[in-house]
Write a protein that binds this ligand. Structure first.
Ligand SMILES: [Zn+2]
Length: 100
């Protein structure tokens, strides 16, 4: 049945924001892009890592699942160049990699 009159849901299945971050896979060394987060507005916006508390991606080569998470803080606007692994680690993100 079509959703006439039903309000849009803020966190629909599959809705997320992109995180402006890329790195080499800790498992296989392949470049990993397309990090995502559900912590922001979930409208396919691109945000910096400091705008969210959790973001994740999977490696296209070895299928490892890479997750960053940290305690909640305030966000800020996009910078010109994405941060490095060392820089997000210095922000307090802890990387967790789950081999598939
Ligand atoms: Zn990999």
């Amino acid at each position: 049945m079509q959703g006439w009159g039903s309000p849009p849901e803020r966190n629909k299945m599959g809705m997320f924001d992109y995180v402006h971050f890329e790195m080499d896979c800790p498992k296989c060394g392949a470049p990993v892009k397309g990090f995502q987060s559900k912590d922001y507005i979930c409208c396919m916006e691109t945000v910096e890592p400091e705008a969210v508390q959790n973001f994740y991606a999977s490696c296209r080569e070895c299928k490892a699942w890479i997750t960053f998470s940290r305690p909640r803080t305030e966000g800020s606007p996009l910078r010109e160049k994405s941060l490095t692994l060392d820089e997000v680690t210095a922000m307090g993100f802890e990387m967790d990699v789950t081999p598939n």
